[in-house]
Design a protein around this ligand. Structure first.
Ligand SMILES: [Zn+2]
Length: 99
């Protein structure tokens, strides 16, 4: 899959990232580290990430910060959504179950 490079009128927007991307990765790493029941294949990890990111409201950061009225999700919200996503994928993985 080719990476999407956002660009408008020649201005690259690659450096503007959704702050939740890094935080979700950190929480997933911590939550899945000791989870021996979780499949852990590439597809399942991608699904947890996509599910958690879809559940969380986006919060984009820019070097010259703009003030957003809505606060970003806090650590507890991120952890709750990542754990919920893990359970969704654990119960209904997108691949045939391995026995
Ligand atoms: Zn899997």
């Amino acid at each position: 899959m080719q990476m999407y490079n956002p660009e408008v009128l020649g201005v690259s927007l690659r450096h503007i990232q959704n702050r939740q991307e890094r935080r979700v990765c950190e929480v997933m790493t911590a939550e899945l580290a000791d989870d021996e029941d979780f499949c852990g294949c590439t597809l399942c990890i991608e699904d947890v990430y996509a599910c958690a990111m879809s559940r969380l409201r986006a919060h984009y950061l820019h070097r010259v910060s703009i003030v957003l009225k809505r606060p970003p999700p806090n650590d507890l919200e991120i952890r709750e959504e990542v754990c919920a996503a893990i359970e969704v994928v654990r119960l209904r993985p997108n691949h045939a179950s391995v026995t």
